[in-house]
Design a protein around this ligand. Structure first.
Ligand code: FAD
Ligand code: NAI
Length: 468
């Protein structure tokens, strides 16, 4: 053990952990970050947000070239796919970004310790890398070990034919038929990638609808649009088993509410039914760190566990399992540890699904507001009436703003449409500042721009949209 006692030892170098480490170092703390993957950036940079978005972008180009260029007067020969180059490009985007974090660590004097961290005593983390072990001392320990794919009984992942998101990011060839189990963010994004590249994609979903938790109108619109693109859906359906052989995978399914068992055949099955907290090998039982029934570490308002000096953030504590939520918690905990009053506004965390069109949301859905008995006014504007969307030939979708009926305060914004993931940020800022729909409506928006749809939806809250 070295003599140094760090102010903070972070276990896990994902968006939660690495951001906490940098922020703590900015605030003058001595910080070590332990990561066992061999690269910084966690799930998000290595096998999550970044490689999936790189493939979504590449496959979008391919799809546009095949289906859309001609309408714009752009003639091509037969468009061919070079999957190897597409994958290499994705890998280099990931490689560049993860190395970028190493650079940021050096710049901020965060010690990057490679290996698996275990909390062996209060204030002590033992790091194992192969046969080597080293002990680190820290005033505070932050657990940011993230999550892993939720297992599905009877469906054994081999990452070749039956894959989790990790395998689906690196398939060696385009499957002819792909079945996706789970109509959530991963299923629809990665299903879209392989559908655009030529696979026939069927989504099996346990619930009555895809995109759980999203606003009902958004779900309807996206189901319609994805069907139009060729995806098929089996809703209220239960998967009972999967068997892989040389000739492919046979998936057995039955209606959730009872019915005959049926078989579905596929070259590749992607299981994406949610994620579970990852706490293996951390020594939490010996230390007595409390977790909830689903295994998420429980923390107080300062992100402290029941054990003094041990904190946790990100996917491992549950809530929205999103990189930006983990990052904001990382900043907040570093600020709290340095005596500031860091906090996260959980009411204004955007969620984006990067299909095309994209889906983006912040705040309450209509269903939430009805359930809570809140009186609200809805303003809606379709992209078909937006001039920029017309120029781009991207007219699927709408912006919907929900505002308090008495105060006009924005309570929720839901967008299906081109670049929805960027457009939502205006709404997030509005909600962070407690803006009214009228505040948005009276803000000048550049023409011709997709964001004019946000302004028009805000005008529609008061029944005075100009272009409808
Ligand atoms: P993680 O990113 O999981 O990082 C935890 C790190 O801890 C890992 O690198 C792990 O190796 C390390 N670790 C674990 N145990 C130990 C140990 N004992 N010692 C040392 N190191 C350890 N979110 C978005 O916001 N936008 C997206 O577009 C998006 N796309 C996604 C796409 C996919 C396919 C997936 C799977 C997820 C996606 N997510 C997305 C979710 C996002 O990746 C997670 O919410 C985010 O990574 C959580 O950050 P974290 O820091 O809590 O944990
Ligand atoms: P999810 O929770 O988004 O969706 C899982 C889906 O699987 C749900 O619709 C659920 O009803 C369904 N399901 C559960 N059990 C099932 C079963 N036995 N059979 C059939 N369907 C079943 O989880 P997903 O897609 O795995 O993503 C995991 C996490 O990663 C999410 O929390 C998400 O926030 C995050 N993520 C975020 C992205 C983004 O922000 N763009 C992209 C990808 C993932």
């Amino acid at each position: 053990m070295t003599d140094q006692t760090y102010d903070l030892i972070v276990i896990g170098g994902g968006p939660g952990g690495y951001v906490a480490a940098i922020r703590a170092a900015q605030l003058g703390m001595t910080v070590a970050c332990v990561e066992k993957r061999g690269a910084l950036g966690g799930t998000c940079l290595n096998v999550g947000c970044i490689p999936s978005k790189a493939l979504l972008q590449s496959s979008h180009h391919f799809d546009s070239a095949v289906r859309e260029f001609a309408a714009h007067g752009v003639k091509t020969g037969k468009v061919r796919l070079d999957l190897e180059t597409m994958m290499k490009r994705k890998d280099s985007v990931v490689g560049d970004l993860t190395k970028g974090i190493e650079f940021l660590f050096k710049k901020n004097k965060v010690a990057y310790v490679t290996g698996a961290g275990e909390i062996t005593a209060a204030g002590q983390v033992t790091v194992t890398a192969g046969k080597d072990k080293q002990a680190l001392k820290g005033e505070n320990i932050l657990i940011a070990t993230g999550s892993g794919a939720a297992p599905l009984p009877g469906v054994e992942i081999d990452e070749k034919q039956i894959v989790s998101s990790t395998g689906a990011l690196s398939l060696a060839k385009v499957p002819k038929e792909m079945v996706v189990i789970g109509g959530g963010a991963i299923g629809l994004e990665l299903g879209s990638v392989w559908r655009r590249l030529g696979a026939k994609v069927a989504v099996v979903e346990f619930l009555d609808a895809i995109l759980p938790g999203m606003d009902g109108e958004v779900v309807k619109q996206m189901t319609r649009t994805l069907k139009k693109q060729g995806m098929t859906f089996r809703l209220a359906t239960k998967v009972t088993g999967a068997k892989a052989s040389k000739s492919g995978v046979v998936l057995t399914v039955e209606a959730r509410d009872g019915g005959k068992e049926e078989s579905l055949k596929a070259d590749v099955v992607l299981a994406a039914i949610g994620r579970v907290p990852y706490t293996d090998g951390l020594g939490l039982d010996a230390l007595g760190v409390e977790r909830d029934k689903r295994g998420f570490i429980t923390v107080d308002g300062d992100f402290q566990t029941n054990v003094a000096g041990v904190f946790a953030i990100g996917d491992v504590i549950g809530g929205a399992m999103l990189a930006h939520k983990a990052e904001d918690e990382g900043v907040a905990v570093a600020e709290i540890l340095s005596g500031q009053s860091g906090h996260v506004n959980y009411g204004a965390i955007p969620g984006v699904v990067y299909t095309w069109p994209e889906v983006a949301a912040v705040g309450h859905t209509e269903e939430h507001l009805k359930e809570a008995g809140v009186e609200y006014t809805a303003g809606k504007f379709p992209f078909t009436a937006n001039s920029r969307a017309r120029c781009n030939a991207d007219t699927d979708g709408f912006v919907k703003i929900l505002a308090d009926a008495k105060t006009d305060r924005v309570l929720g914004v839901h967008i299906v449409g081109p670049a929805a993931g960027d457009l939502i940020q205006e709404a997030v800022l509005a909600m962070e500042f407690g803006a009214s729909a009228e505040d948005i409506a009276r803000t000048c928006h550049a023409h011709p721009g997709l964001s004019e749809s946000v302004k028009e939806a805000a005008l529609a809250v008061a029944g005075r949209a100009i272009h409808m």
